[in-house]
Design a protein around this ligand. Structure first.
Ligand code: MCN
Length: 816
C-alpha cells in the first residue's frame, strides 16, 4: 500500500526520492518487520490439500514397476500420480534444440538424476502426504551413471536418452578466424572447468494450483520469477489455452537469482494433480529438494585458444565449449551456452571469434538460470585466457586489457557476433579501479611478499554485463536452414500500466515479478519524477497475474532487464500521464499545455497560477464533460517498451542478443596460506557502469550481492556428485554457503555512461558482480601461486585443493 501523503504539504525543493537519490527501499519496512507475504503464508483458496514428491534415490535406472495401491487406500490420500499418468495427460515440454529429450515433470520409465521426481501424492495435510510416500513401492534396475560432460560423449558412455547424450551441436564462425590464428605471433591454449553451484535463495519453491472443472481452467500461484516464455511452454504441454492457465505471482519472493525460473515443471505436475484430485493443491519445496532438484547453471569444460600478436593485440579467440545440462535440456536452454552470443568478445576490440558448442546431457539435475547466466562460466575461461595472453607477450595484465579495450569513441560498437554495444568507458573504469586499489604499490607489496616466501597475488577481470535478453538469441541452437522453417523470434519488452485515482493517488502496475531487487522503490522514483509528486504517493504493484495484467512473453525478472526495459516503460507511461495532466490543467488554467509544469504535487501555468494534481484527477474522473475531446475520462495508460535493436537472428547466426551492455572491472589481492590452503582477500575493488543510476543504494547492493554470489562459487559452494551420481551436498551442512563473516569488503565506484538506447540512459546491474568475481579470484590465486608453478584452470578453490596443489608442487607431483 502506498502511504497517502498530502502532495502539497509534502512538497519541498530537494531531490529526495527522485531519480538519482539513494532513497531507502520502500519494500524493506514490511520485510524487516516479517510482514512480507511469501508462498507458504498464502492460502488463497479454501480446502487446500498438500502434495509431496517421491524422488529417485538413483542417478540412473530403469523403473521396473511402481506400486501405488497401498498409498491409494490410505484415508488421508486423495490422489497419486506417476509419470505414466502424466504421459496420458500432457505432452513433454518443448525445447529448441536439435535432439530434444522427452522431459516430463515426473520420470517416465527411467530415472536420470538423483532426486528426480518419480511420483506425487496429494493428501489432506503435508505430513500425511510425506508419510504416504513411504508406502509407494518402486522397483528400479540400476544403470551406470555418467556425470561428466566429456565422458558422456564417449561411445561407451551410458546413454540417458534414446537419441543419445548430445542434445545440440553447433559450430559458429565470425570474422577472419583462420587468418587470425595464421597471423598470430603467439597462440595460447588452455582447458578450463567451471563447476556447478546454485543460488540457495532463502525461500524455496512454492506452488498452489486450483483446477476448476466447471471451466476446465486452472489458477496457479507460485513464486515464479519468469521468464513468462515459460507460460506458453507449460500451457502447450498441458494442452490448455493461455487464457485457461492463469499464473499469479505474489509481490514478495524470498530471492530467486535465476533458479525459480525452473519451477515450471512443478507447476505443470501440480495443475494435473489438482485436476485429478478435484481439490486445490499446495506444495512447498524442502531445502534438500531445492539443492537436489531445482536448478543451477551448467558446469562446463571450455577449451580455449587465443591468437595474439607480439605487440599485445588480441587477434581472435576460438572456444570448444561443452555445457553439462544434466538429465534434460529444458527451456529456455541452451541459453547457458548462447546468452553471451553478442558479447563473446567481451570488452575487447577484435573481430574474429568462433567455436564449437555442445549441449550434453548427464545424470545430474537439469541446469537452468543462475545469476550471471552463461556469462560467469564463459568469462572465467576468457579472462583466464586473457591473463595467459598478457603473460606470453610479457605485459602487465591490466595494461594488456587496456591495450585491447574498445575505445570510448568507438560506440556504438558492432561486435563480430552481431552485438550493438551502446556505450562504455572501459579504460576509464580500469584506471579508476587501479587508483582505488593503489595498483602500483600493490605490485611492490606482492614482490616484497614473494621475497618473504609468501603467496600474494593480484587479479583483474573485465566483463560486459549484457542486459534485457533478446528472446531470439536461443534460436542460434538450430542451424539457419532449419530455423527458416519456423517462426522468427525476437524482442525484449516490458509493460507498465499507470493510473491516477480520483484522489490523485497513483498506481503503477509492473510486469516484472521481482524477487528482492527493489522494483517498487525505483519504479516509484521514476514515476514521481515524471508526475511531479513524491514517491510515497505511488502504489507500485509488482507480482504478476497473467489474466489481469499487461504482460508479454519476455516479462519477468531475469537478464538484469528491469533497468533497461522496466525503467523505460515506467518513464514512458509517466510521460503519457503527465502529458494528459498538462492538457487538463491547461484547460482549467486557460494556458497552453506545453507551458504547464508539474512539480510538488501541483500543475503550474506560465504566470505561476496553479492547481493541485488532485483537482486534475478529480476533473478527469468526476467531471469528464470538460475534458479536451481527445482525452479519455480517468487518467490511465498502458505502455509497452520494446528494445529497438532486439531483432531476430540473421542467416549468418548474428544477433544483438541483449538490449544494453553495462560493464565492470574488478581488481583483487589475495594471500594464500601455504599451511592451510586458505585464501585471504586483502583488497577488493569493483568499478562498474550501468548508465544512469536511479537508486545508488540499490545499485551498490546489487553489485556487492552479485560479487558475493560469484565469490561464494569460486571459493566455497559446489554441487558435487560422487561416482554413483549421488549429490554430495544436499543440506547446508555440506553445501557451504558463506556468511557475512566470510564476505570480503568491497570498495566500489560507479561510472555513469548513459545508454543512448533507453530513455533514462540506464542499463542492467544485477549480474555484473557475479560475472566478474570467479574470474578475478582465479586470476589472483593463479598469480599468487605462480612461484610454485601452479596454474589455476578450475574452481572452486577450496583450501584442501590448494593445499594439495602446493604439496604436489613442493614434492614435484602433478600440478592442476
Ligand atoms: N537499478 C538502478 N539504476 C540502474 C540499474 C539498476 O537503480 N542504472 C536498479 C533497478 O531499478 C532494480 C535493480 O537495480 O531495482 C536491479 O536492476 P537490473 O539490473 O535491471 O535487474 P532486474 O531488476 O531485472 O533483476 C534481475 C537480476 C538478476 S538477472 C538476478 S539473477 C538477480 C538480481 O537481479 N536476482 C536477485 N538481483 C537480485 N537481487 C535480489 N535481492 N534477489 C534476487 O533474486
Amino acid at each position: 500500500m502506498s502511504e497517502m501523503v498530502d502532495q502539497e504539504e509534502a512538497s519541498d525543493t530537494d531531490n529526495a526520492g527522485m531519480v538519482g537519490d539513494a532513497f531507502g527501499r520502500r519494500e524493506d519496512d514490511r520485510l524487516v518487520r516479517g510482514e512480507g507475504k511469501y508462498m507458504d503464508d498464502f492460502d488463497p483458496v479454501s480446502n487446500l490439500h498438500h502434495l509431496a514428491f517421491l524422488r529417485s534415490p538413483l542417478a540412473h535406472g530403469e523403473i521396473e514397476s511402481i506400486d501405488t495401491s497401498a498409498t491409494e487406500q490410505r484415508d488421508d490420500v486423495v490422489c497419486v500420480l506417476t509419470g505414466a499418468d502424466l504421459v496420458e495427460r500432457m505432452d513433454p515440454f518443448a525445447v529448441g534444440v536439435q535432439n530434444p529429450p522427452e522431459y516430463y515433470p515426473l520420470a517416465v520409465n527411467k530415472v536420470r538424476y538423483d532426486g528426480e521426481p518419480v511420483a506425487a501424492v496429494v493428501a489432506t495435510s503435508k505430513y500425511a502426504a510425506k508419510d504416504a510416500l513411504e508406502s509407494i513401492d518402486v522397483k528400479y534396475n540400476r544403470l551406470d551413471p555418467v556425470t561428466d560432460e566429456l565422458e558422456a560423449l564417449k561411445d561407451e558412455a551410458p546413454q540417458l536418452h534414446e537419441g543419445g547424450n548430445l542434445a545440440n551441436e553447433r559450430t559458429l564462425e565470425y570474422g577472419p578466424i583462420d587468418e587470425a590464428f595464421e597471423k598470430a605471433d603467439h597462440v595460447v591454449e588452455s582447458e578450463f572447468e567451471f563447476p556447478r553451484y546454485t543460488s540457495a535463495p532463502m525461500e524455496t519453491y512454492g506452488v498452489i494450483a486450483d483446477y476448476d472443472h466447471s471451466a476446465d481452467a486452472a489458477t496457479v500461484w507460485s513464486n515464479f520469477q519468469g521468464p513468462f516464455t515459460m507460460h506458453p511452454v507449460v500451457a502447450g504441454a498441458l494442452g490448455m489455452s493461455q487464457n485457461d492457465l492463469q499464473f499469479k505471482v505474489p509481490s514478495d519472493n524470498g530471492g530467486s537469482f535465476g533458479v525459480k525460473a525452473h519451477i515450471y515443471p512443478y507447476i505443470a505436475a501440480i495443475v494435473v494433480a489438482s485436476e485429478e484430485a478435484g481439490v486445490p493443491v499446495k506444495w512447498i519445496e524442502s531445502r534438500r529438494e531445492h539443492l537436489q532438484a531445482s536448478a543451477c547453471h551448467t558446469d562446463r569444460t571450455q577449451r580455449m585458444r587465443g591468437a595474439v600478436s607480439d605487440d599485445g593485440q588480441i587477434l581472435g579467440v576460438w572456444v570448444e565449449l561443452y555445457d553439462n545440462f544434466g538429465a534434460y535440456v529444458r527451456a529456455p536452454e541452451p541459453g547457458n551456452t548462447f546468452r553471451p552470443l553478442a558479447n563473446y568478445v567481451n570488452t575487447y576490440d577484435f573481430n574474429a571469434f568462433g567455436g564449437e558448442f555442445y549441449a550434453v546431457e548427464t545424470n545430474k539435475c537439469p541446469a537452468g538460470l543462475n545469476r550471471g547466466y552463461g556469462c560467469h562460466q564463459y568469462y572465467f575461461g576468457l579472462e583466464r585466457l586473457v591473463d595467459q595472453m598478457a603473460d606470453v607477450v610479457d605485459m602487465d595484465p591490466t595494461e594488456f586489457r587496456k591495450r585491447n579495450f574498445i575505445d570510448a569513441d568507438e560506440f556504438p560498437y558492432e561486435t563480430p557476433t552481431g552485438g550493438e554495444y551502446d556505450s562504455g568507458r572501459y579504460a576509464d573504469a580500469l584506471e579508476r579501479a587501479k587508483e582505488l586499489f593503489d595498483y602500483e604499490s600493490y605490485l611492490e607489496r606482492r614482490e616484497q611478499a614473494r621475497e618473504e616466501g609468501r603467496y600474494v597475488g593480484i587479479g583483474c577481470s573485465a566483463i560486459i554485463d549484457p542486459s534485457a535478453s533478446n528472446m531470439g538469441y536461443v534460436s542460434v541452437a538450430i542451424p539457419p536452414e532449419e530455423r527458416e522453417k519456423g517462426y522468427p523470434k525476437s524482442g525484449a519488452v516490458s509493460s507498465v500500466t499507470m493510473m491516477v485515482q480520483p484522489d490523485a493517488s497513483i498506481v503503477v502496475e509492473l510486469d516484472s515479478a521481482p524477487s528482492g531487487q527493489g522494483h517498487e522503490t525505483t519504479a516509484s522514483q521514476i514515476a514521481a519524477d515524471e508526475l511531479g509528486v513524491k514517491p510515497e504517493a505511488i502504489n507500485v504493484i509488482s507480482g504478476m497475474d497473467t489474466n489481469e495484467k499487461a504482460w508479454s512473453v519476455s516479462s519477468g525478472s531475469y537478464s538484469s532487464r528491469f533497468a533497461s526495459v522496466g525503467h523505460s516503460a515506467v518513464k514512458k507511461a509517466g510521460e503519457q500521464i503527465s502529458s494528459q495532466m498538462q492538457r487538463i490543467a491547461g484547460e482549467i488554467l486557460d494556458a497552453p499545455a506545453d507551458e504547464i509544469e508539474l512539480a510538488d504535487g501541483r500543475a503550474y501555468g506560465p504566470n505561476e497560477e496553479s492547481i493541485s494534481i488532485r483537482q486534475i484527477a478529480g476533473t478527469a474522473h468526476w467531471n469528464p464533460a470538460v475534458l479536451p475531446d481527445d482525452i479519455q475520462p480517468g487518467l490511465r495508460t498502458q505502455y509497452t517498451f520494446s528494445m529497438e535493436d532486439s531483432t531476430p537472428i540473421d542467416k549468418n547466426d548474428r544477433i544483438n542478443s541483449s538490449g544494453t551492455y553495462g560493464y565492470g572491472v574488478q581488481l583483487i589481492a589475495v594471500e594464500v596460506d601455504a599451511t592451510t590452503g586458505e585464501i585471504d582477500v586483502l583488497d577488493y575493488v569493483a568499478v562498474h557502469d550501468c548508465g544512469t543510476i536511479v537508486n545508488p543504494q540499490i545499485v551498490d547492493g546489487q553489485v556487492e550481492g552479485g560479487i558475493f554470489h560469484g565469490f561464494a562459487g569460486a571459493l566455497y559452494e559446489e554441487l558435487e556428485y560422487d561416482s554413483s551420481g549421488t549429490l554430495q551436498a544436499d543440506t547446508f551442512m555440506d553445501y557451504a554457503v558463506p556468511t557475512a563473516k566470510e564476505a570480503p569488503d568491497v570498495t566500489m565506484d560507479h561510472l555513469e555512461t548513459p545508454s543512448p538506447k533507453t530513455p533514462l540512459g540506464s542499463k542492467g546491474t544485477g549480474e555484473a558482480g557475479t560475472e566478474g568475481a570467479p574470474a578475478v579470484i582465479a586470476n589472483a590465486v593463479d598469480d599468487a601461486l605462480e612461484p610454485a608453478g601452479i596454474e589455476i584452470t578450475s574452481l572452486p578453490l577450496k583450501p584442501e585443493r590448494i593445499w594439495t596443489l602446493l604439496n604436489e608442487s613442493a614434492t614435484g607431483g602433478s600440478a592442476d
